[in-house]
Ligand binder design. Structure first.
Ligand code: PAF
Length: 283
């Protein structure tokens, strides 16, 4: 497994792989790798000749009062895990390499960024779209793999690829969960032992809403109310949003009449957790 830290070397390596007829899969990450990242990597491995991952905690997607400085980091452990799933190349640039002096260009997927997490994290998705666009230009992948836990991120990246005619196939991988249902996330490391049971309210909410829809409930406000009550019954929780929306445009809807996205963001103590599911309506 090679570890590359400069843009120039990564681009040259990717170019020579392409010249040699090899296909490249990219899994972009911010490190502190866990089982869900490893699953993205296994999918990547199956879809291309060479698997590249990036490990870069991207400062531009964190707001001024967010957790950039304390975001968990474990470069040594990450390299061991990457090796264990057969990653070929780890691209691990320092911040100055990605954002040299004078950097000023932003990719903004304007409408999709206005909903859900975009409302409470202004600028976040511009930071994500910009860094992912850069990572695509640097690692030159044929395929890139993202988790469906970050549904809005996946939608925004798919839209960017479409709008800017990037010749890259985007693959979304279903959310990987802990045995008790909590969606895997590097931020789960922030949860105290006391708070950990409250974090289950997200998956419980998805299950409750799915059950309500299955039983024939359609009114979004009723489903939301049931979910909000469930979340509030857990200590340490503060709802950021409960959204029932169109899975393509992310615009709120009033009635669940076709496949609909339920997306949640809940603070448990200081830790902001997200989760989502598609509410399926029987024909
Ligand atoms: O999902 C993440 O870890 C990040 O948002 C990503 C896609 C690596 C961009 O920094």
């Amino acid at each position: 497994m090679d570890v590359i830290e400069t843009v120039r070397e990564m681009q040259a390596t990717a170019e020579s792989l392409r010249q040699g007829g090899q296909t490249i899969a990219l899994v972009p990450t911010m490190g502190y790798l866990h089982e869900a990242h490893l699953e993205l990597m296994r999918v990547g491995k199956r879809h291309a000749d060479k698997l590249v991952i990036s490990i870069f905690v991207n400062p531009t997607q964190f707001g001024p009062s967010e957790d950039f400085n304390r975001y968990p980091r474990d470069p040594e452990g990450d390299l061991d895990k990457a090796k264990s799933v057969g990653v070929d190349i780890v691209f691990m640039p320092p911040v100055e390499e990605m954002y040299p002096h004078g950097f000023q260009t932003t990719v903004s997927v304007s409408q999709l960024s206005q909903h859900l997490c975009g409302l409470s994290r202004p600028g976040h998705f511009d930071g994500v779209a910009t860094v992912v666009c850069k990572l695509f230009n640097i690692t030159k992948p044929h395929i890139a793999i993202f988790g469906q836990k970050d549904y809005q991120q996946l939608s925004i990246i798919s839209r960017m690829v479409m709008d800017l005619n990037m010749d890259i196939q985007i693959i979304g991988v279903p959310t990987v969960r802990e045995p008790d249902g909590l969606a895997m996330s590097s931020r789960n490391a922030y949860l105290s032992q006391d708070q950990r049971p409250s974090a289950l309210c997200l998956k419980q909410s998805l299950d409750l809403a799915s059950r309500l829809v299955e039983e024939g409930h359609q009114k979004a406000s009723d489903i939301k109310k049931a979910v909000e009550d469930l979340i509030r019954s857990h200590p340490y929780t503060k709802i950021d949003y409960v959204s029932i929306c169109d899975p393509v445009t992310l615009e709120e809807i009033d009635h669940v009449e076709k496949s609909t996205l339920l997306a949640l963001a809940v603070k448990v103590g200081q830790t902001r957790l997200i989760d989502n599911c598609i509410l399926e309506v029987k024909e």
